[in-house]
Ligand binder design. Structure first.
Ligand code: NAD
Length: 426
């Protein structure tokens, strides 16, 4: 706990995801005239399901795992959110993450609400067969509370397209018909969408492009550093590189590579393509991940893990703008410091929302039984991202608030108006 001597810039004690989500909701509510009743409803999850999942291990023994599915709010449409396999999964975490999904869908104008679930398990300790059996049984346990029109899971940490394929198969077998719309993030061969994998990084790139334009910069003169050259980071870096920006540094967990004249990001393979490739790449200079965050660049994109921009390094960050690719890379204290220093921070739940947006496109393709081309997916993603960006620009200018607050205002207003319009039943 912070001592009496601590400065206001000390980090508060780590909050749980649900505490952070509630604090952000209350802060956003101060900018809007929303009834207390609606805010009180949004502080809680509608329901949280806890299930036990018995699994027969490969050695013949039976182990019982715990799984959750949190439903936060569905006033604008079915619950939507990932399924995480991780030892730290908890009820509180699922509720907090489901609240963020509600804001993310609302800021994008997607007709979904917020959900999130997971199993308390270390997926690295499961064989492929064990992971399949666990997933199928989890799908069965959740079957009464999910459905293509009620709650649509997706991949998250520790789960992937294959996991979604097993989940969809288990659900479909029990329903007696193929139901591709039960999950998104599936392989395209069973109803997954082209462009889904690239979408979060692509949306980070689109938002960076718009922000460059907003501040009157020239993309060809813009330098960029990206922490984390994985799915989000590599796609964002390559998008901006292709646009003409100079990507001077990228990193993986082992370190960063740096070339002040610009890296050829298409020549650097990402973490999935070749693990260890980034830090092993033949670049003029190597840096630590900490050094990368403090490079004198125009745009810094943290796209690896959470809480990397903190009270400790926020004063040393030299970037002129931060675009959050990862979820939650900036602590609240660092956010405050950036605001005081006049460094704009474009929030994660707008910038990386291309993922859930293309998940929505996938769901539309599934329920209509009609696949879209990659070109159509990318065109429609562009349209949705521009729509969200314009709505946020309007709020940011009208209220003279941060980009994060403006995004919350857009999201909360849409959710609150939907609650006011539908009223409270009975
Ligand atoms: P990924 O596993 O594909 O890539 C992560 C990258 O970060 C890798 O290059 C890895 O080496 C690096 N990394 C890992 N730990 C690090 C550390 N301690 N310091 C520096 N680098 C580190 O992951 P991803 O899918 O690109 O996700 C990155 C972030 O974006 C996460 O916060 C994730 O929640 C968020 N996100 C992902 C998606 C998605 O659909 N992939 C959507 C929205 C948000």
């Amino acid at each position: 706990m912070a001592s009496a001597e601590s400065t206001t810039e000390d980090e508060p004690e780590a909050e749980t995801a649900v505490e952070t989500a509630r604090r952000q909701l209350e802060h956003a509510a101060t900018h809007l005239d929303v009834s207390d009743g609606v805010i009180e409803r949004l502080r809680q999850a509608t329901s949280v399901y806890k299930v036990t999942i018995p699994l027969e291990r490969d050695d013949g023994t039976t182990e019982v795992f715990t799984g959750y599915r949190a439903h936060h709010d569905n006033v604008r449409g079915p619950y939507k959110g990932g399924i995480r396999y991780h030892p730290d999964v908890s009820e509180e975490e699922c509720v907090g993450l489901s609240m963020w999904m509600t804001w993310k869908c609302a800021v994008m104008g997607i007709p979904f609400g917020g959900g999130k679930g997971g199993v308390v398990v270390d997926p690295k300790e499961l064989s492929k067969g064990e992971k399949e059996r666990l997933t199928r049984r989890f799908a069965q346990e959740l079957r009464p509370v999910i459905g293509p029109m009620t709650d649509i899971p997706a991949p998250d940490m520790g789960t992937d397209p294959q996991t979604m394929a097993w989940f969809m198969d288990a659900y479909s077998m029990q329903e007696g018909e193929t139901q591709p719309g039960i999950v998104t993030g599936k392989p395209p061969v069973i109803g997954g969408s082209y462009g889904r994998e690239e979408a979060p990084g692509r949306s980070v790139g689109i938002i960076a492009r718009e922000a460059i334009d907003y501040y009157g910069w020239a993309v060809e003169e813009t330098t960029v550093a990206v922490q984390g050259f994985g799915s989000v980071g590599a796609n964002a870096a390559r998008y901006l590189d292709d646009l003409g920006a100079t990507v001077v540094a990228v990193s993986d967990v082992d370190g960063a590579i740096y070339d002040p004249h610009g890296l050829d990001t298409n020549d650097v393979e990402d973490h999935d393509e070749t693990p260890g490739m980034v830090s092993g790449y033949d670049a003029p200079e190597t840096l630590s991940n900490d050094d990368l965050l403090e490079l004198d660049v125009d745009i810094l994109i943290p796209a690896a893990i959470g809480n990397v921009l903190t009270a400790e390094n926020a004063h040393d960050v030299q970037a002129d703008m931060i675009i959050e690719g990862a979820n939650g890379p900036t602590t609240s204290t660092a956010d405050q410091i950036f605001e005081e220093r006049g460094i704009p921070v474009i929030p994660d739940f707008l910038a990386n929302a291309g993922g859930v947006t293309v998940s929505y496109f996938e769901w539309l393709q599934d329920i209509n039984r009609r696949a879209w081309s990659l070109e159509r997916v990318n065109d429609e993603l562009e349209t949705e991202m521009l729509g969200a960006w314009e709505a946020i620009c309007t709020e940011q200018e009208a209220r003279d608030i941060s980009w994060r607050d403006a995004a919350y205002v857009v999201a909360l207003r849409r959710i609150a108006e939907a609650h006011e319009a539908r009223g409270l039943w009975p």
